[in-house]
Structure formats: C-alpha cells, structure tokens
Design a protein around this ligand. Sequence first.
Ligand code: GLU
Length: 364
Amino acid sequence: MNKFQWRRVVIKVGSALIAPDKKGCSSRYLLSIAQFILRCRMHGIEVVLVSSGSVAAGAHFFAESDRKDIAIKKAMAAAGQTSMMATWDRFFDFPCAQILLTHADLTDRERYESIRETMFSLLNGGLLPIINENDTVTTDELKVGDNDNLAAMVAAAADADTLIICSDVNGLYDKNPNQHDDAKLINWVTEITPEIYAMAGGADSSVGTGGMKTKIEAAEKATSHGISTFIVNGFEESSFNDLLNGRNPGTLFQPYKRPLQERLHWLTHTSKEQGELIVQGSFDEPLDKNSSQLTSDGIVEVRGEFAIGDTILVRSDDGTRLAKATSNYSSCMLSYISEQESEDLNLQPGPIISDEDIAILEKQ
Ligand code: GLU
C-alpha cells in the first residue's frame, strides 16, 4: 500500500455517486469509496473528502416542477446537506467534520488562511473533513459552481499531494466513448494542452454539474500546484483496489515539475478578480521583468470597483489577459492617478502592483 507515496489526498465524490436516483442518498456506490478512505487512513495517509450531493439528496422534498427555481435549489441543498453528511458519517468510526465554502471565502486571503488552519486542525485531530460548496448562500458571482474545481482549490489549500476525482467514466478518452467504439482511454497526461481540452467534450453527468471539461480544469489547477491528479471511475470498486495497489485505473495527470509558489497559485487559480486594469500594448516586458514598472501612464482604463488588496485582472488594450495581481490602490484612486499627468502628481505613487503579488497568465 501507498506505492504512490501519498501523504495527503483529496477525494472528490460527485452527486451521481451519492444520490444516483435523485431520491435521497444511497450507500450503493459509497461503500468501496469509504473503504478506500479507511485503508488510506490506516496507512497514515491523510484524507480530505470533497462531497457533492446536497442538491440531489434534497430534491425529493420538493415538487419536481419547482426544482429548477434557484431559491428551491438552495432549499434543496440545505435539506440534502445533512443527509449527505449523515450518509458518510455512518461508514466511519472516526468523526467527520463539515466545511461549507463559497468562492468568495476562498478568494479572500484572510478567510483562505482561516480555512487552511481549520483543515489542518481537523487533520491533526484525526477527523475527516468533508467539504462542499455552501450552495444556500451563493449567487452566481460568489460560487465556484462545480465541485471539481472546488476540489482542486481545496487540494491546493490543504497542501495535498494527490487529488482523486471520481467520475462516471473510466477517465479521459481521446474521443467521446459514448459515441465512438474505438475511443481510447488516455492513461497518462504530462501536459494539459488545448488538444486535451478538445478531448474533454461531452461525458456530462445528468446529476451533478461537472462534465469532463471541469475535471480537466481542476486537473490543471491542481497539477500547477504540484498535485498529481487522477480521474477514475467512482462506480467501479476495482478503481479503488487498483489505487490501493499502486496501479492507475484511469487517467493520471502529472504534476508540474516546477509548481507555482503558493501565493501565485492562489492568485491565478483561486482568487477572483474584482475589477480590471486595461494597460497599453502587449505589456510583456514590464510585467515579465518588473511589475513596478506599471506606471499610471500605462493605464488606459480602470474597470469595476475594487479596494486596496483586492485581486485585479490586468488586460492589454487588445483584450489579452496578461496577469492577475493584488492592487495596492483602490479603483477610485487608480482612476484618479491615471487621469493626472505624472508631473502634476504631488506624490510619486508607490508601485501599483508589488512584484511578489503578480501572476503572469498564459496568453489567452
Ligand atoms: N454543491 C453541489 C451539491 O452539493 C454540487 C456541485 C457539483 O456537483 O459539482 O449538490
């Protein structure tokens, strides 16, 4: 056991596994996952579980015709969350602990640190943290939206070395396996390229929100933090036996050799921008070499409202996303200084963005 040398694993389990009939929770597919968690822990591997299922588990309390209504969906989540937790709790003789998060929680650095602290305390105490999105309080703007990406953010926050995403297919195929008999399972992905995303079309589950595309996004977030990521078939007991025996039953995404430093990873993949700074030209050089060269003269436009310390997106005036960064000024102040001639400013403003607070984005 532990041939993969895992130390801390995050397992993401989707709604289709927990509430396969949308009539409350079922243990049908969870036994092998629970056994896997147990065996990991027996071998000294710490486990964090990201579990969906609250909406699906709470659906049967409400009339079918109402279930598309957002307020009813939130009520479904509130009603189903307790039965989802109770279902997991029944499997274990150690305590489970619930953490409900929104994207807004993860994007705020102070709350992010607090989430990390709580997770570490739970793990140190031998509890099993079970994490879900807090669907009841989220709006479109505040939510992650799918638990694949949430699991990747949690894996990064938990300093995990491995993320296992349980899917309803065996892994990533080179084409849609439901439409092509000759579709081949890709066992090993060394780099997540546009071609890999192209392979991820389809394979949507009818119960949860994540398809294969969100799983690839999650793998990209996790691997860039140095976290090995598996997509495996969560319906097959053999997937977990394979994992326990050091075999890869699905697709394994290799972690980056040089992972992003923790704060830059958080800026790139977890933190959400509150506004945008439109700057002149391609802006490669100042951003690549020394972000403090971003001067008020280079600002074309300030979009949105943000405060000091908020995350902003730096975009070139041709629309290219250049970087995500922490702003040292509010949007109000930046609008003001960008409208002044440099020589008219009484004070020479300090750097708009500090060098350690800027994450350069791939051209997109
Ligand atoms: N948070 C949602 C739930 O518990 C699930 C989101 C997802 O399946 O990705 O039902």
